[in-house]
Write a protein that binds this ligand. Sequence first.
Ligand SMILES: [Zn+2]
Ligand SMILES: [Zn+2]
Ligand SMILES: [Zn+2]
Length: 164
Amino acid sequence: MAVKERMDYIKKQLHSQSYKLTPQREATVEVLLENEEDHLSAEDVYLLVKDKAPEIGLATVYRTLELLNELEIVDKINFGDGVSRYDLRKEGANHSHHHLVCIQCGDVSEIEEDLLGEVEVKVEREWQFKIKDHRLTFHGVCSKCQREKDSTNEEVGRQTVDQL
Ligand SMILES: [Zn+2]
Ligand SMILES: [Zn+2]
Ligand SMILES: [Zn+2]
C-alpha cells in the first residue's frame, strides 16, 4: 500500500484516540513508512526526520514514538543488543510480527504469519494467563551467510587439494 494511504490510516487511528497528526508526528510516521524494513532506533529515526523537519528535537521524536507504541501503531522491539527499535505494525495486524535475526550479518527478516495460536491457547489454559501479545525472535544464520560459508569451505577444500 502506498505511503499516502497508510499515512491516512494512521491519521485516523490517532484521531480516533483524540490525537492530532501534527507536522512533527507526520514527519516521524513518514520516516517509519519509508524505512519499514530497517527496524530503526529512536536515534536513527531522529536523524532521518531532521532532513524533513530540521527544527525537530530528539525528545519530540522519542515522545512521538512512545505515543505510537502506546496506540499500537508501532511495536517497540529489542533484538538483544540493548537497543529499542520501532517497527510499524502491519495494517490490520493485531499482534507484532516475528523476526529472524542473523547472528553473522545482522540481517533482520520478518514472518507475518502468526504461528503461535496453539501455543497461546495452551499457555492461557495451563497458566490461567490472559495473553495480549507476544514477541518472537529467532537468532540464527541467514540463508545468504550459509551459502557464503559453504563457498568458503569449498574454496578451502580446493586449496587443500592443490597443495597435495
Ligand atoms: Zn519487523
Ligand atoms: Zn546473515
Ligand atoms: Zn505471533
